[in-house]
Ligand binder design. Structure first.
Ligand code: AMP
Length: 294
């Protein structure tokens, strides 16, 4: 089924639910066009819309996918609870200038019997989120590969919010000699500093308040770095101390790693990534900041 929504941005967005519809829409656009692709799990917010805007400004055609990818969730994680609102998402995507919205069912992406995965091995997928979510990145790289194969984008847009995802995808692109260009967009935050996330909707008032400690502790880390501190141990301890002042916050990880390779470092001598994951009840939030000489 292909649907046309009312025109809110001087063009009409197409919606493809099947691979056949997706291919037919792409053919209609013409294979000579540059395609900017924004993969998402939906429940769109301004972070997603910033990626769509960037894609739209750099390409002839903007394709957005909404797919809550089951293979990147482990049993017991929030796959079923993940927030979904397709009607709202499709309106937002269209208003942001999306040309084609791909909204497949899991069975379309993973037909019965599918057993092929793409996995980036090594420390890069084992650290940070890889520790508490050991199968997560295998699901991410598999679905991104699959979507790249189907859409064949010129450029693909990812948020720095998911810094490890960016590092893993860039490595996959290099390792597999893929030709898509990866564009990384800055983290979009609420006015008070909380990084936008589809999962923020799960925070109650108290947790929402205390969740500010993620961005605040990272800002303190940046200030410490700015004042000349280069010891990872000292900066990490400062972040941990600040987060543990919040009674509802349970630290999943706090780490400072080489920005590009995510290798362990003791002293910051080149760009470093300070990254945190913190649970508030069942809701796990992540945030990060780049420590870099200005
Ligand atoms: P998701 O729907 O959470 O899988 O995210 C889809 C894309 O949006 C990913 O590339 C994310 O990194 C990006 N994204 C999510 N939140 C933000 C944010 N607050 N700022 C910038 N990009 C984001």
């Amino acid at each position: 089924m292909m649907r046309l929504l009312p025109n809110c941005s001087n063009k009409t967005m197409k919606i493809a639910k099947t691979i056949a519809e997706l291919k037919s829409c792409l053919e209609d656009f013409g294979r000579d066009k540059t395609i900017g692709f924004v993969p998402t799990m939906g429940y769109l917010h301004d972070g997603h819309l910033a990626l769509i805007n960037e894609a739209q400004s750099q390409n002839d055609v903007t394709v957005v996918s909404i797919f809550v990818n089951p293979t990147q969730f482990a049993p017991g994680e929030d796959l079923d609870a993940y927030p979904r609102d397709f009607d709202r998402d499709s309106q937002l995507a269209e208003a942001a200038g999306t040309d084609l919205l791909f909204f497949p069912d899991p069975a379309e992406i993973y037909p019965t019997g599918a057993s092929t995965f793409v996995e980036v091995e090594g420390d890069i997928t084992k650290k940070l989120c890889g520790q508490s979510r050991p199968t997560h990145f295998k699901g991410v790289t598999t679905v991104i590969n699959l979507l790249f194969n189907l859409i064949q984008p010129t450029r693909a847009y990812f948020g720095q919010k998911d810094a490890q995802q960016v590092a893993v995808i860039k490595k996959m692109i290099r390792d597999l000699h893929m030709s898509v260009e990866i564009i990384v967009c800055p983290i979009v935050r609420e006015a008070d500093g909380l990084a936008l996330s589809s999962r923020n909707v799960f925070l109650n008032l108290a947790a929402r308040d205390q969740a500010l400690v993620l961005s605040q502790s990272l800002a303190s880390a940046k200030a410490l770095y700015g004042s000349g501190e280069r010891s990872v141990k000292i900066i990490k301890a400062a972040i941990i101390n600040q987060i543990t002042t919040m009674p509802l916050a349970a630290i999943d990880y706090v780490d400072i790693l080489d920005f590009e390779t995510l290798a362990d470092i003791e002293t910051i001598t080149s760009p470093a990534l300070a990254a945190v994951a913190v649970r508030f009840g069942n809701t796990r939030l992540i945030d990060n900041i780049i420590l870099i000489k200005r």
